[in-house]
Structures are given as C-alpha cells and as structure tokens.
Design a protein around this ligand. Structure first.
Ligand SMILES: Cc1cc2nc3c(=O)[nH]c(=O)nc-3n(C[C@H](O)[C@H](O)[C@H](O)COP(=O)(O)OP(=O)(O)OC[C@H]3O[C@@H](n4cnc5c(N)ncnc54)[C@H](O)[C@@H]3O)c2cc1C
Length: 524
C-alpha cells in the first residue's frame, strides 16, 4: 500500500468528519487518521454510572493547569470525536457575534468573515446533521435563507408548562435546535431512556446526529476513502524549506495485541482536525529548525486565545414532578445581549438532558436533605453559557509530554448576573423550590462545583489558531490554511476569533463544508 495520499485528515469529529464527507465525492485519494476506535455499541452506552463515573467513554489522560494542578478533561477519542457524547444542540452564531462587541471584561473581536459568508453553509450543515427547529421564536435569531430542514422537537408536557410560564413573564422561550435522526429515535422511543438529546451519553440506537453517523460513515462508503483507527498522530515533519508538510508521523496501535508501531504517511494536503486543544498540541510538538516555536507559529499565536465558554449548570427543584424524557428542547436568549440596567452581553440558557438519580449519587451530600431520587424526579436542569473572551495569555502549552492549559476566567460577573437572574425567574414560576448545582458531569470523580463548570469541562474548546488575513495576528488564512505552510490546514474549533454564547458545533460543521469547497477547487 502506498503511503502517499491526495489529502490526509487527522481527526473525525465535527470538523474532520464533516470535511471528509464533503471531500469524499471528489474522487481524491483520502486518508483519515483517528486516534480512537469506533465507539462500542453496548448497553452501557445508557448506563449512567459507566458514562459519568468511569473512563469507558473518555480518555483518562491528565493535563495540568497554570499552577500545576491536574485537569481531567475527559475527552472522547472515538470515530466522531466529542460529538459521540455531545448534546447535539446545534445553534448558529448571531450576526453580531461576528462583529466587534464590548463585554464586561473586554472586547469580543470582529471576525474577518461575516455571518452572511457562513449562512449558506449553516443551511447545508443543518440539512446534513438533520437539525430540528422552529424559526421566528428566538428574539436574537439571525437571518436565515431557508427554514429549518425539520420541525422542532416538541416539548413534553412539563416543559410546555414551563415554556408557557416563561411567556407569561414576558420572556421568549424557543425550541432548541437539535440534531436528531428522528426516524431512528421513534423506532426505539419506548426503550430509549437516554436518547439523543441527553448530553454526555453515546446513543445506542445511533439516533444522535453525530459526526460518525452523519458524516464519517457516508464518506467511508466511497472507495477512495481510507480510515485508520487507533492511529495517533504524534507530529508533522516539514520539507527543508519549512513551507510544506512532508510527512505525518503516526503511532498505530494493534487493537488485538495492544502493540504499537510508528508509521509515516504523506499527503499533498494535510488537515489537522484534532479539536482546538489537540491540533495545537500536534503543531507545538512538531517544532523543528524552520519552525522553532512550533509549526506555523511565526505569529506566536498557536495555542493562544484558548476559549471554552464560561459554563454552568443548575438544577431547579419544584413541587411538581418532572417525568420528561427528552428535556433538551427549550432555550432562552432574552439576556443574550444583556438587560435593562446591564449593558453587557450575559448569555444563553437552555435545558439539559434530564439528570437521573444515578448521576447525582456521587455527590449526594450536596443535595441533602433531599435525596438524589427526589431531586431527579422533580428537577428541571439548566445549562448556562456565557461568552469567554479571547485572551492572549489563555493558552495551550506543551512541556515534554505534558499538556498545560493556562487559563484565567473572564466575564465572571456576566455569568453571575445571568445565573442570579435565572434563579429569580425560576423561583417566580415555581420551578425553584430549591436551586442546586448540577454535579452530574463529574459524578464519581470526587469533584464538586458551585454551578460553574471547572476547567476540566473543555467540551466547548475553540480559538487556538484563529483565522484572519494578517499573518502577524492570525495563524490561519481565510481558508483555514496555515499562513506559514502551504499544504497545512486546521479544520476544527481552532479557527474561531470569538466564542459567542451558543454551543459551537454547528459553526465548526459549517466551516468544514466551506473549507471543503475551497479544497475541492484547490485540488482540481
Ligand atoms: C458532554 C458534551 C456535550 C456537548 N454538547 C454540545 C451541544 O449540545 N452542542 C454543541 O454545539 N456542542 C456540544 N459539545 C461540544 C462539541 O462536542 C464540540 O464542539 C465538537 O465535537 C468539536 O469538534 P472538533 O472537530 O473541533 O473536535 P472533536 O469533535 O473533539 O474531534 C477531534 C477528533 O480528533 C481526534 N484526535 C485528537 N488528537 C488526535 C491525534 N493526535 N491524532 C489523531 N486523532 C486525533 C479525536 O479523537 C477526535 O475524534 C459538547 C461536548 C461535550 C464533551
């Protein structure tokens, strides 16, 4: 087998998987390298203790924070990447998210491309990932040239009640756009206890629109596409001029024996799509004579401006039971740009996948005198997202084999204000008898938190190789090609200039389709 390909894509998540889908029809010889295996389909996919309390679906690797404390990032290294466990809430950024905007703690910078440049690709992304939503409800909704491809997933009765109460308060709750393969889900509805819209769980019935199901598998149906799993890219070599990637160094693991061997591949074009943190890690670890501080790092920006959103999750317990199965159907953007008396953006609120008693048991003391069962049966569970501003000093660094995340939170006041405001509203609609932090994400890990996600929660990582026109102030050009290296692209969350305050994945998918069109042109 020749080790040379027209294009090599490293990583199969939202960015890499979608790009492979786009390029598969081109007839070009494509190699996809993925460090993980396929996610096993097994009953444990829905076992809360296994999902949240073990490393079965997460990598146990340890990173370090700026003070040398351990971070347990719980990344999912599988075909499909982190989309195997994501909640599939697939939002577009708002038009103003692409513009310069003043926040409490600084400026959210302007993007070199605008919403209108992404809009046609958002349309395609929503079709490919079967996004269900209703236009006209969200007061901050950006312009759309086409309706959602599928109608919104309707609220179950208890969430419908909450939606009505919020409307009565003058708010404008709307249906969360979710990527769900509803035909698959319907067939299993009676058995499905943790279906598509449940954050953190792999979907046993493959009804979640994740990158494996929506993009990688269709791409693999083409004969010109080869996928190698358990193929961990260690570094990239450059030609003597330093202007091209000459080879990709891969540690291949034999799943039967567990033995590893190092192989090299070459490609006319090489795309890193390892996620915003790991793409930077590969580039920094590939430092050589021509690129002494890391590949394509003449701007000193590789790994910098790391953003992950200021995130939190709270549980509101009410007197009424909440038997909802598919809870992730409601969002509120009324405070996205702030509120009267607070001129800065605050952020977004959405329901989470329903927490279960098993997910809370690891932190039972935090819920006393209520039992985890009482909390889970009567709670509505909320996810709060606030924009994290790019900061030159918030960065991914490598030190020999260590990965270090130097990060200081910003916009904390905006988060506190959003949380306080939401707690008041929950109390006023009788959904806040008790308000508690949602510890389910870290159940069993011994970690507790106050509602705010600790640094370990890096699911929304973006921004470490921002794109732009000026090689001094950006790592990638407008096509996501490295300014310094002619055949190197980065196609994952790395290219973001700011994070907005909605979940990032639809923008990563839309961008991968956009870059895919450029690559098809380039390779003609
Ligand atoms: C619990 C959870 C819930 C979430 N819910 C939502 C949601 O509802 N909506 C939303 O928009 N987003 C959500 N997200 C975020 C979403 O998962 C990410 O935005 C998205 O997966 C990022 O896509 P990516 O292509 O940048 O990276 P990833 O999806 O992480 O893909 C990177 C891929 O590269 C592979 N890889 C990494 N390093 C190497 C290497 N050196 N060699 C070879 N392969 C490598 C990885 O195994 C992986 O397959 C959630 C995340 C989590 C963890």
């Amino acid at each position: 087998m020749s080790n040379h390909y027209d294009i090599i894509i490293v990583g199969t998540g939202a960015g890499g998987g979608t790009l492979a889908y786009r390029l598969a029809q081109s007839g070009k010889k494509i190699l996809i390298l993925e460090r993980g295996p396929f996610m096993p389909r097994e009953k444990d996919n829905w076992n809360t203790k296994v999902v949240f309390g073990s490393d079965r679906y997460h990598n146990p690797e340890v990173w370090y924070d700026k003070d040398g404390k351990e971070i347990h990032p719980g990344m999912s290294y599988f075909v499909g990447g982190n989309t195997k466990v994501y909640g599939a809430a697939l939002f577009r950024l708002r038009e103003k998210d692409f513009e310069k905007f003043q926040h409490r703690d600084g400026v959210s910078p302007e993007w070199p491309l605008k919403y209108k440049d992404f809009e046609p690709y958002y349309v395609e992304a929503e079709k490919l990932y079967q996004v269900h939503g209703n236009s006209g409800e969200d007061p901050t909704e950006p312009f759309r040239s086409q309706e959602f491809p599928y109608p919104a997933v309707s609220h179950e009765p208890r969430i419908e009640e909450v939606s009505d109460s919020l409307k009565f308060q003058g708010l404008k709750p709307y249906h969360t756009p979710v990527g769900i393969r509803l035909n698959e889900a319907q067939a299993y509805l009676s058995q499905c206890i943790r279906c598509n819209t449940c954050d953190g769980y792999p979907c046993l019935v493959q009804a979640k629109s994740d990158a494996e199901i929506s993009a990688v598998r269709p791409a693999m149906a083409q004969q010109n596409v080869t996928l190698l799993t358990e193929a961990h890219v260690l570094k990239l070599h450059t030609s003597p001029s330093g202007r091209e990637i000459s080879s990709v160094v891969v540690e291949m693991r034999d799943p039967q024996s567990g033995q590893t061997q190092v192989q090299q591949f070459s490609g006319d074009v090489v795309v890193l799509a390892c996620g915003a943190i790991n793409s930077s890690v590969v580039m920094l670890r590939s430092a050589n004579e021509q690129h002494p501080t890391g590949l394509a790092n003449s701007s000193d920006l590789v790994g910098r401006n790391f953003m992950k959103h200021v995130l939190g999750s709270i549980i509101g317990v009410s007197k009424k039971p909440n038997p909802t199965l598919f809870q992730k159907t409601l969002s509120v953007n009324d405070f996205y740009w702030g509120e009267t008396g607070y001129e800065y953006p605050m952020g977004q609120i959405q329901t989470l996948g329903k927490v279960s008693k098993e997910a809370l048991e690891g932190n039972a003391a935090a819920y006393a005198p209520l039992t985890p069962e009482e909390v889970a049966s009567h709670s509505i569970d909320w996810w709060l997202t606030v924009e994290d501003l790019p900061d030159f000093n918030n960065r991914v660094r490598v030190e020999s084999d260590k990965i270090i995340l130097e990060y200081t939170e910003n916009n904390s006041e905006s988060y506190d204000r959003l949380e306080q405001r939401w707690i008041e509203i929950l109390k006023s609609i009788e959904c806040g008898q008790s308000i508690m932090p949602n510890c389910s994400y870290f159940a069993g890990s011994g970690k507790t938190f106050t509602g705010r996600l600790p640094i370990d929660g890096v699911g929304h990582q973006v921004g470490t190789c921002r794109f732009g026109e000026d090689p001094k102030t950006s790592v990638l050009d407008l096509n996501c090609r490295a300014h310094d290296i002619d055949n190197l692209y980065v196609v994952d969350g790395s290219f973001f200039c700011s994070s907005g305050a909605v979940n990032p994945t639809l923008t990563i998918i839309a961008n991968a389709l956009r870059v895919g069109d450029h690559l098809i042109e380039r390779m003609k």
